[in-house]
Design a protein around this ligand. Structure first.
Ligand SMILES: CC(C)(COP(=O)(O)OP(=O)(O)OC[C@H]1O[C@@H](n2cnc3c(N)ncnc32)[C@H](O)[C@@H]1OP(=O)(O)O)[C@@H](O)C(=O)NCCC(=O)NCCS
Length: 185
């Protein structure tokens, strides 16, 4: 467990007994970010499938190919980043490309360096792996996330869609080259 930046936040991997709390935090962050876009019925069903017991996040937590960094406040998760082999339909990816598949921080911790710390971990981990590039997907209207990604060197590289219930939205695929160990900070 490492402490830096905001001294009240510590960073570490998901604790074996803490998966339920991490899934609950992820669910809350997704709901507070995107809940206004969807009908409650399909949205609740999606949240159950993504963050419920036996759902997609639980499967990823059991997958050794998926790596995580969690931000904790008093042992309670307030944010996390998840690094996977490339899953998005990127055009012509380089072999060994990785994906920052999720970076989620609870609203009260936005703009306070937590997300930047998680991003630096993802970039440093990709560099340590020798990954040539890293991708992510972002909802095209998520202006805060896009600004954050641009500041960290990402740029649009393609398109994909995200379907929830009967609504399909445009997502964008963003990419950043990994030139070597990422700058700290
Ligand atoms: C996306 C996220 C990880 C970014 O972390 P953060 O701590 O909020 O990011 P920062 O505050 O460092 O940077 C956000 C930037 O957007 C700007 N911003 C804030 N609100 C904005 C808005 N409504 N529209 C456009 N830009 C906005 C900030 O000024 C800042 O830009 P600047 O550094 O150039 O001034 C975090 O907001 C988050 O977890 N959001 C909810 C989940 C989510 O959307 N995850 C990404 C899914 S792809």
């Amino acid at each position: 467990m490492r402490h830096d930046g905001d001294s009240r936040i510590s960073y570490g991997t998901p604790e074996a007994g803490g998966h339920r709390a991490l899934r609950a935090m992820a669910r809350r962050s997704f709901a507070e970010t995107f809940g206004h876009l969807y009908d409650p019925g399909p949205f609740g069903a999606f949240l159950d499938g993504a963050y419920g017991p036996g759902g997609a996040m639980a499967r990823d937590l059991a997958d050794p190919a998926v790596r995580w960094l969690v931000a904790f406040r008093d042992a309670v998760p307030v944010g996390y980043a998840k690094l996977t082999p490339l899953r998005a339909p990127a055009p012509a990816p380089a072999p060994g490309a990785l994906e920052l598949q999720q970076i989620y921080v609870l609203g009260e911790w936005h703009g306070r360096g937590v997300a930047a710390r998680l991003m630096h971990w993802a970039l440093a981990t990709a560099a340590a792996d020798g990954a040539p590039e890293i991708y992510l997907t972002v909802f095209d209207h998520n202006e805060r996330a896009k600004r954050f990604y641009r500041r960290h060197g990402f740029a649009e590289a393609g398109r994909c869609t995200f379907t929830l219930g009967d609504r399909t939205d445009d997502d964008r695929i963003w990419r950043r080259g990994i030139e070597g160990p990422a700058a700290g900070g």
